[in-house]
Ligand binder design. Structure first.
Ligand SMILES: O=P(O)(O)OC[C@H]1O[C@H](O)[C@H](O)[C@@H](O)[C@@H]1O
Length: 552
């Protein structure tokens, strides 16, 4: 699309609106009845991953129109621009090359006339060497003791991806090495972790692309103070504090020695950075070979995304179906429901990935968008959430789409439990799709008198027609997890391209940071306040009731 023709002024856009109006009363129950091979027609498979998208309010005509929309928006052209290193993050004048992080060493990608692939592998090799020496005990603390704990101090992309992957791949984790994540500037987060570790056997990883994020720097400084208070010396710091950043001089100024600074690159967004040295905590947890399998899984999904026809392209299908609801049905949210305890932080990671990327209402050309864009992403692990918010999905008034993610096999050999888990996932998507009619509800209540049935039956009706995608993975292993995460990255990309958004900046977050920086000194003084009445009142109340206590 060029700036003079926004996507919502194209003929295909109008056709999709018309199509939505004419199909919105179709029930998926009937679609399945009319199309017995609907699953065969509406699923895709890639390596150990299967996507079933048949339980959606779509017909083959819907898909034809949506794919035409993707073509008109030039999804293919923009994908080529991204992977070859064009500066598609226009507001920050940056390339967007998380896919390059997953390339093999002989590949070539140029940014500002320089092939970046050798640098990627150089830094990854440094990270692998460091992690390996921690894992095999060669790298010890300053007093010669084996490292038992790694504390990753970072926030946003420097936290959510690594934490989620570490939790998901727990069965692949080295025993005897504990990995902790500290993100919140709420001191409780750091102090509760510090309470459990021995400074002489702990390595702190300060993970911050910019090395300016106040929460991270404050936590790092507090960790440093604590380290010295525990009887460790200044000279020990170099052995126990590591940094990952693209701002090397800032990390050095903090006191980190050059050998312990791992570089990440300007052209990787925080929310896409788990594949880079930001994943050092993950590498320490699962080792080089497993991390390479994780990268290989991401790469396999990249290849599929770059080459598969749009009609059979998993991230494209997910992107288009999501867009169908968010823009043409104007739904506001999308749930992520992994039936896997290890994936319990997936929704949090995808919240940042999706909402920070596409939570925008202005186009990359600065025009106000006149349609609904990025959804609210939320979710929780199944089956726990069945006992919490599923009531609203089943009988609430809103159309809410969701992704169910189900591993076929568990690492833990308790097949009986795993079958219960999987059966619950399949049952939920069936119930959400099919629902229960008033006639069916009445039939179930034959034992009641007529008056009671009239009262009870409507309460037992499930409208159904609630859409879901189901993703089956052979098991949660590094390769499959890599495919899954790259799939979501490309899904978000497809939607951003069609909406005309720059998915790679985050000015909204920046604004909040600036305001917090201004307010923070006001909490310690009695200077006059010049905010709105509410903000003034809250600051004033805090001033009066806060007890100043600091670690000395
Ligand atoms: O890695 P850092 O530079 O410390 O940034 C950490 C995070 O800061 C902000 O919240 C940004 O919105 C995120 O995208 C980023 O991941």
């Amino acid at each position: 699309m060029n700036p003079s023709c926004p996507i919502n002024q194209t003929a295909i856009w109008a056709q999709l609106h018309q199509h939505q109006r004419s199909t919105r009363f179709l029930h998926m129950r009937d679609l399945f009845r009319q199309q017995p091979d609907r699953f065969a027609q509406m699923h895709e498979q890639l390596n150990g991953l299967l996507l079933d998208y048949s339980k959606n309010r779509i017909t083959e005509d819907t898909l034809t129109l949506l794919i035409e929309l993707a073509n008109i928006a030039d999804v293919r052209g923009w994908t080529d621009k991204m992977r070859r290193g064009d500066k598609i993050n226009v507001s920050e004048n940056r390339a967007v090359l998380h896919t390059a992080l997953r390339l093999p060493p002989h590949a070539v990608v140029y940014v500002d006339d320089q092939n970046i692939v050798p640098d990627i592998h150089h830094e990854l090799e440094r990270a692998y060497c460091f992690a390996e020496s921690v894992r095999n005990g060669e790298y010890t603390g300053a007093h010669g003791e084996r490292i038992t704990d790694i504390i990753n101090i970072g926030i946003g992309g420097s936290h959510l991806g690594p934490e989620m992957v570490t939790l998901a791949l727990r069965p692949f984790q080295q025993t005897g090495l504990n990995i902790h994540y500290v993100a919140n500037v709420d001191g409780a987060n750091l102090m509760q972790v510090l309470d459990t570790v021995n400074p002489a056997t702990t390595v702190f990883i300060i993970a911050s692309k910019s090395f300016t994020t106040p929460e991270t720097l404050l936590n790092a400084q507090t960790a440093r103070n604590w380290f010295l208070q525990q009887g460790m010396c200044e000279v020990d710091i170099s052995r126990h504090f590591i940094a990952i950043t693209s701002a090397v001089t800032k990390a050095q100024a903090f006191g980190i020695i050059p050998e312990h600074i791992f570089t990440m690159f300007d052209w990787v967004g925080g929310r896409y950075s788990v594949w880079s040295t930001i994943g050092l905590s993950v590498i320490c947890a699962i080792g080089k070979e497993n991390f390479q399998n994780f990268l290989a899984g991401g790469r396999a999904m990249d290849e599929h995304f770059f080459h598969a026809p749009l009609r059979h392209n998993i991230p494209v299908l997910l992107g288009l179906i999501g867009l169908w609801y968010h823009t043409f049905y104007t739904t506001t949210s999308h749930a992520i429901i992994p039936y896997d305890h290890g994936l319990r932080r997936l929704a949090a990671h995808l919240q940042q990935l999706d909402m920070e990327s596409n939570g925008k209402q202005v186009s990359r050309y600065g025009e106000r968008l006149d349609f609904d864009t990025g959804p609210i992403i939320w979710g929780e692990e199944g089956v726990n959430c069945q006992h919490a918010f599923f009531q609203l999905l089943h009988q609430g008034p809103r159309l809410i789409s969701s992704d169910f993610i189900v591993p076929i096999n568990s690492f833990y050999h308790i097949s009986t439990q795993h079958k219960v888990l999987a059966a619950n996932a399949f049952a939920q998507t069936k119930a959400l799709m099919h629902g229960k009619t008033l006639a069916e509800a009445y039939a179930e209540l034959m034992h009641l008198d007529n008056k009671s049935r009239d009262i009870m039956a409507p309460q037992k009706v499930f409208p159904g027609n609630q859409p879901s995608n189901t993703l089956l993975l052979d098991e949660i292993n590094p390769f499959n997890l890599g495919m899954l995460l790259a799939m979501y990255e490309h899904k978000v990309f497809v939607q951003g391209i069609i909406w005309g958004i720059n998915s790679f900046d985050q000015w909204g977050v920046e604004y909040g940071k600036v305001l917090a920086k201004n307010i923070e000194p006001e909490l310690s003084t009695n200077s006059p306040l010049h905010h709105d009445a509410s903000t003034n009142g809250l600051i004033d109340y805090f001033r009066k009731h806060h007890h100043d206590t600091n670690l000395t």
